[in-house]
Ligand binder design. Structure first.
Ligand code: ATP
Ligand code: MG
Length: 410
């Protein structure tokens, strides 16, 4: 992409109420535009980051048998009434709206009910199981407080998967596959080292759920862990019973701030029973389907990466999610001409700063935007038939001959 042809302008200031550092950078660098508290637009660069996150999630979920669908956002109250979750006392973050023809609709805060209800059309026998469906979709939640930029918003992008199994052992097997797939996803996203699977409180039917918590100062949650890092507990489950189960004492636990990037639940028949999602087993008996649900906050993940992967100059995207791999700057007439040449054929991987600006301004924007590699071509580098390549993550600079640079492109 040519910088001169985008409408993006980097900004000196972030919106006044944007307090988290990463969120300030996302606004200033033109990844997002803040509509109002808790509501954001994703601009071309931000959208590319989201697409990269989505691609990794899709690859890993397809690999364990997930089938992608796209459910509606507008919700029929009926299935939610059957599970008693239409009641604002039960889900306090509902956004609801009215049909002009009369009647109420909801804007989906999550999708257990519509998935369970829909699957009644497709599951009738043990031969139809298991089924794993997932989607990447917008959720709406009337959160009391929006926080930390895109980390807690009222409209956000979630990846949610639902599993439908015949019995608990096949459910448990898949649940374990998801745990591993999630670990791979967070690894590939560049936050694996700081993301821990923690014990959290579950629903009514399953005692516990598992959260995936990424350590970060801006996280809203407190997690407790023992120093050898084999036990991770969410604050809600910090009770004697659990401590005994894990054989740790309260004073052996340290605490840290975390952001919940994912959450997985065993649902058993919590939704299939009231919505009558049943199947006929091998003995001809009708049984409720055993379910699980699994969610990753895609836009929150982008926010968490922006908070964690940044320094005093700007963002430092991990390569896997960076909108472009290279930020190209040509200095002087010859440098600019040679940069034009390099850009051709590599348009998909390069953000070419061909704007009519001083090099200093381009260098500052390269740092703010956080593209992994900066390529500078100038008279000096051309003398050696080379470029100056600087890594954003460790600021290391080297002179790289064009021939070797070519090998870095895919
Ligand atoms: P939280 O405890 O942070 O409110 P939750 O437990 O209600 O989240 P889930 O229903 O488990 O969230 O949703 C799955 C994932 O969606 C969460 O793990 C989180 O990453 C993301 N998520 C939830 N609420 C929001 C929000 N308001 N803004 C952005 N992402 C969110
Ligand atoms: Mg949760």
């Amino acid at each position: 992409m040519r910088f001169s042809q985008t409408f993006i302008k980097t900004l000196r200031d972030a919106p006044k109420d944007e307090t988290a550092r990463g969120a300030q950078y996302l606004n200033r660098a033109g990844y997002v535009h803040k509509e109002m508290a808790g509501v954001y637009d994703y601009l071309p660069l931000g959208l590319r980051v989201l697409e990269k996150i989505k691609k990794i999630i899709r690859e890993e979920l397809n690999a364990i048998g997930g089938q992608e669908v796209l459910m509606s956002t507008l919700q029929n109250p009926a299935p939610w009434q059957k599970t008693d979750r239409w009641d604002p006392e039960k889900i306090d973050v509902w956004f609801k709206t009215e049909l002009s023809a009369g009647g109420e609709l909801g804007l989906a805060p999550t999708h257990e009910e519509p998935f369970t209800n829909m699957m009644k059309n497709y599951i009738s026998s043990y031969k139809d199981l298991p089924v794993y469906t997932y989607q990447i979709q917008t959720k709406f939640r009337n959160e009391l407080r929006a926080k930390s930029g895109i980390m807690r918003t009222r409209e956000f992008l979630m990846n949610d998967m639902y599993s439908f199994s015949a019995d608990e052992s096949s459910h448990d097997q898949f649940y374990h596959e998801v745990e591993k797939a999630y670990a791979r996803i967070f690894d590939r996203l560049g936050i694996g080292e700081d993301t821990y699977q923690t014990f959290a409180s579950g629903g009514v039917f399953s005692k516990y759920s598992h959260e995936f918590q990424t350590l970060t100062e801006v996280g809203e949650d407190t997690i407790y862990y023992n120093t050898d890092k084999t036990v991770f507990l969410n604050e809600e489950v910090l009770e004697d019973e659990i401590l005994e189960e894990f054989n740790v004492k309260r004073n052996e636990l340290a605490s840290a701030r975390g952001a919940e990037v994912g959450n997985i639940f065993t649902l058993k028949t919590k939704y299939s029973a009231p919505l009558e999602l049943n199947y006929t087993n091998q003995d001809g008996e009708r049984q409720p389907v055993i379910m699980g649900c699994y969610g990753i906050g895609i836009s929150r993940v982008m926010g968490v990466i922006a908070e964690k992967c940044a320094d005093e100059k700007g963002l430092v995207w991990p390569e896997a999610v960076a909108p472009y791999r290279f930020y190209l700057i040509g200095i002087g007439e010859k440098g600019q001409a040679r940069a034009e040449e390099l850009y051709k054929g590599h348009e998909k991987e390069i953000l070419f700063d061909d704007r009519d600006l001083r090099p200093g301004e381009k260098f500052a924007d390269a740092e703010l935007l956080g593209i992994p590699y900066r390529i500078v071509i100038s008279d000096k580098t051309l003398n050696n038939d080379a470029v100056e390549l600087t890594s954003r993550s460790d600021s290391e600079t080297k002179n790289l001959p064009f021939s070797e640079l070519e090998q870095m492109f895919s």
